[in-house]
Design a protein around this ligand. Structure first.
Ligand SMILES: Nc1ncnc2c1ncn2[C@@H]1O[C@H](COP(=O)(O)OP(=O)(O)OP(=O)(O)O)[C@@H](O)[C@H]1O
Length: 254
């Protein structure tokens, strides 16, 4: 049997007493590339945050690699790419420095970086097509390149599981394709991926399963549904992040 990497069982999460996830169950096994889809505000990020133990469940349970998430300590096995680099953090770090910070969970903060660390950083930069920007301050990069830097930081830790929250939202086509290539390499090497997406674009061929969250429950778990209605239009202008509620049925569930 393929080992379970993520398991959410009857998960319930709310903010200030208002339920966002009502009863969500989800299993991801090793080697799968699973996309979480759904309208704005449907609870996709909340699900990811619950998987990472960043928001508490009011009922149900989450396990990572077979361990309850609240007791999980093997964070070097997990790479996480949040929705955005902290807006205007003002830190004049270079691309290589940001990517190298992805090695901290592996090497510990007190040990200086060794050859394995340097190689992992160089490989991650190559994987996302930013090797030539390594010495540039992150602030001088485009939004898409900054997003690729975060993905390289996660890859540099050589995780077994990558969790990405809307990695390609608002990202230029070149960066989307570079990202798809990096993800393909990661999955081909046996990595497991859980990603939140609004539009899959070049990622679509990589996705082995889609989970649609709607009104706090899983409305679909299976093949990647076709984008429905206005969303499929090439000139559709997605409101992001946290725009007004979009109509239900954004992703057809049939
Ligand atoms: N920290 C928080 N405190 C209170 N409410 C929150 C918090 N985070 C999210 N919410 C609310 O929970 C609901 C689900 O939000 P969530 O970010 O999980 O949705 P999403 O599907 O990821 O949306 P998007 O596609 O816009 O990123 C929304 O109504 C949101 O306003």
């Amino acid at each position: 049997m393929t080992p379970e990497v993520i398991s959410v069982t009857h998960g319930v999460v709310g903010y200030d007493g208002r339920p966002v996830l009502r009863d969500v169950s989800l299993t991801v096994t090793a080697g799968e590339v699973v996309a979480i889809l759904g309208a704005n505000g449907s609870g996709k990020s909340t699900l990811v945050r619950a998987v990472l133990g960043l928001v508490p469940l009011s009922a149900g349970s989450v396990t990572l690699f077979g361990q309850q998430v609240r007791r999980f300590r093997q964070w070097h096995r997990v790479g996480y790419v949040p929705q955005r680099l902290g807006a205007g953090s003002g830190v004049p770090a270079t691309v290589a420095e940001v990517v190298a910070s992805g090695r901290l969970a592996r090497r510990g903060i007190l040990r200086p970086p060794g050859r394995a660390d340097r190689e992992a950083v160089a490989e991650a930069l190559r994987a996302v097509g930013l090797a030539d920007r390594a010495k540039d301050p992150v602030a001088t990069l485009s939004g898409g390149q900054q997003q690729r830097t975060l993905i390289a930081r996660a890859l540099a830790g050589r995780p077994e599981l990558l969790i990405l929250d809307e990695p390609t939202a608002g990202v230029d086509t070149a960066s989307q394709e570079a990202f798809a290539g990096a993800l393909r390499g990661f999955a081909t090497d046996g990595g497991t991926v859980l990603l939140v997406a609004h539009e899959l674009g070049p990622l679509r061929p990589l996705i082995s399963r889609a989970v649609v969250v709607h009104q706090g429950v899983v409305a679909h778990d299976g093949t990647v549904p076709d984008p429905a209605g206005h969303h499929a239009a090439p000139d559709h202008d997605h409101v992001h992040p946290h725009g007004p509620e979009e109509p239900a049925g954004l992703w057809s569930t049939t």
